[in-house]
Design a protein around this ligand. Structure first.
Ligand SMILES: [Zn+2]
Length: 136
């Protein structure tokens, strides 16, 4: 689903986010839960990588290749987890400094619907779609 507007209009037709402390507290809670879940996964991933090392002497070549492939995949998902954790950390930091909810690139307000969908969003929808299309 795209098209979650970046100009969130209130009932009064005033473009604003209505991002009050209660909203921020809810979003912070979601970020912290996600952060904890990601940190939990990270430990499991590190254990899996160690297992591959140990298995090299005891298993045949084919299954070792499978293991290495699995290890590469786990490294890739590890990398994504790190990026996601960084995003969450900066979002939490920005809540502390009061910058949360503003696009890091253009400074515009990020639509509340977008933040509810992705509380770690650092870019407004316009900058995000520019970044995705490789215009940067
Ligand atoms: Zn922006």
């Amino acid at each position: 689903m795209t098209g979650v507007g970046d100009a969130a209009l209130t009932r009064d037709g005033i473009a604003m986010n209505d991002l009050d402390e209660k909203h921020i507290a809810e979003l912070r809670e979601r970020l912290v839960q996600k952060q904890e879940a990601l940190l939990g996964l990270e430990e499991t991933g590190a254990q899996a990588a160690n297992t591959v090392e140990l298995d090299q002497t005891t298993v045949g070549r084919l299954s070792r290749m499978d293991d290495l492939r699995a290890q590469a995949m786990s490294q890739e998902s590890e990398r994504r987890r790190h990026l996601e954790l960084q995003r969450i950390n900066s979002a939490l930091q920005r809540m502390e400094t009061g910058e949360y909810g503003h696009c890091v690139r253009c400074g515009e307000e990020i639509a509340l619907k977008r933040l509810e969908f992705d509380p770690a969003a650092l870019l407004c929808i316009r900058c995000a779609s520019e970044a995705e299309s490789g215009a940067d």
